[in-house]
Design a protein around this ligand. Sequence first.
Ligand SMILES: Cc1cc2nc3c(=O)[nH]c(=O)nc-3n(C[C@H](O)[C@H](O)[C@H](O)COP(=O)(O)OP(=O)(O)OC[C@H]3O[C@@H](n4cnc5c(N)ncnc54)[C@H](O)[C@@H]3O)c2cc1C
Length: 435
Amino acid sequence: MSLWWTLVDHPVFEPGELQHPWDVVIVGGGFSGLWTAHHLIEQNPALKIAILEKNQVGSGASGRNGGWASALYPVDDKELRKTFSPEVVHELHMHLRQTIDDVADFISKENIDCGFQKAGSLIIARNQGQFQRLGTHIEEGYVRLDVRETNARIRMRGALGSVYTPNCASLNPAALVVGLANSLQCRGVSIFENTPAFIQPEGAVLVDTMQVRATFVVRAIEAYLENTRDQVPIYSLMIASEPLPSEVLQEIGVENRETFAEASHLVTYAQRTADGRLAIGGRGAPYTWRSRRNDASEHHRRDHDRLRKMAREWFPVLEKFEFNHSWGGAVGVTRDWAPYVRTGENYGEMGGYAGDGVAFSYLAGGVMADLILQKDSARTHLPFVQWRGPRWEPEPFRWIGINSAIRLSGMADKEEKRRNRPSRIMKILSKITGQ
Ligand SMILES: Cc1cc2nc3c(=O)[nH]c(=O)nc-3n(C[C@H](O)[C@H](O)[C@H](O)COP(=O)(O)OP(=O)(O)OC[C@H]3O[C@@H](n4cnc5c(N)ncnc54)[C@H](O)[C@@H]3O)c2cc1C
């Protein structure tokens, strides 16, 4: 279980009968499904909406993530500009930034105690390779901080400098799921837990043998999508400490609770929680054959140990403290790393957030609601709307390709540490993958 779920109580839902004809049935009770319901009911309170969740709301990535509500987008600007005009790319960033404030407004209006704190985010270089890369590649919304400015915010061992964006908040995601789901229930949305649903190709929904009648069906299961070449699950693992003594927190820094990461190729992410813990995550766990979801991948001991070691390298003061929470989950990644919200006549699907879905799902849910209600809005023209990228390669090429990329990313990090210059391995790899 994630740390986050040990800190909040799961709500009780009383959804009534499933046999009604519904206006909208949403399969998946994570942020995507919940925010879609939120935007629909905001615009039309009379809609009859059912959310079908196979386990419990937030039992997927939404209740297990690093709690960065960021304005990050998985495709970088250079890549986006190959297809979209600079104006559209800029518009996307404006929406991504605004989304954090919209989520903040919702949290404050609903009085949700989820430790939300918008203090920005730091990406820290700890060797010359990372430092040079950070210097040459600055995305919209970021500023560079020198070593002194970096150390004023965070005392990470070996820091040479960082980039900072104010556009990120940290939160307990499970507490937000609970607050959002409770709010939806109060507004008449029916949430059915322990209700696995099967979406047939033409959009009809089956629960056991019962066909659920709906005018519109939404698939909001992100990384739970299986047996497809449209998207793959990539595992991301996390650890968290117990609340740390104040002198230790003082030594570490991030007093304002900026989220932070090392500028490594293998993704890392961390936050200082509202109750004074460190919650730290990273990629590197192997991809599973045929994109099968696999519980063992969420508890990959080697990767949890690697995270513990990394935490102590970052902050030697942690040597004598335990990280006794460990968990993991999968993120949905498309072949071109582009997220999507797509609809047909009476069916919609969303996902592919590649690990950036906490705040983004609010925007994606808003787009999905507008498309269902046939509303032409500024957000329905953003790059991810109706986007369909290339498919992943068939196996065994997919397995070989993804696991090689994960291994090479780890090797590239070692290369940069050793040679103090940007990795050559990564230069070649990014040419092959387009990332
Ligand atoms: C370890 C980890 C760390 C992450 N860190 C961050 C972060 O810091 N910031 C960030 O922005 N993003 C992060 N992410 C990604 C983010 O959590 C996801 O992008 C986001 O939560 C996706 O929400 P979702 O609702 O689309 O999917 P999910 O939350 O996975 O919800 C899908 C739901 O569908 C249900 N479901 C599946 N199949 C069926 C079915 N047949 N019938 C009914 N229900 C079904 C599942 O049980 C699940 O509850 C992280 C992800 C992980 C795993």
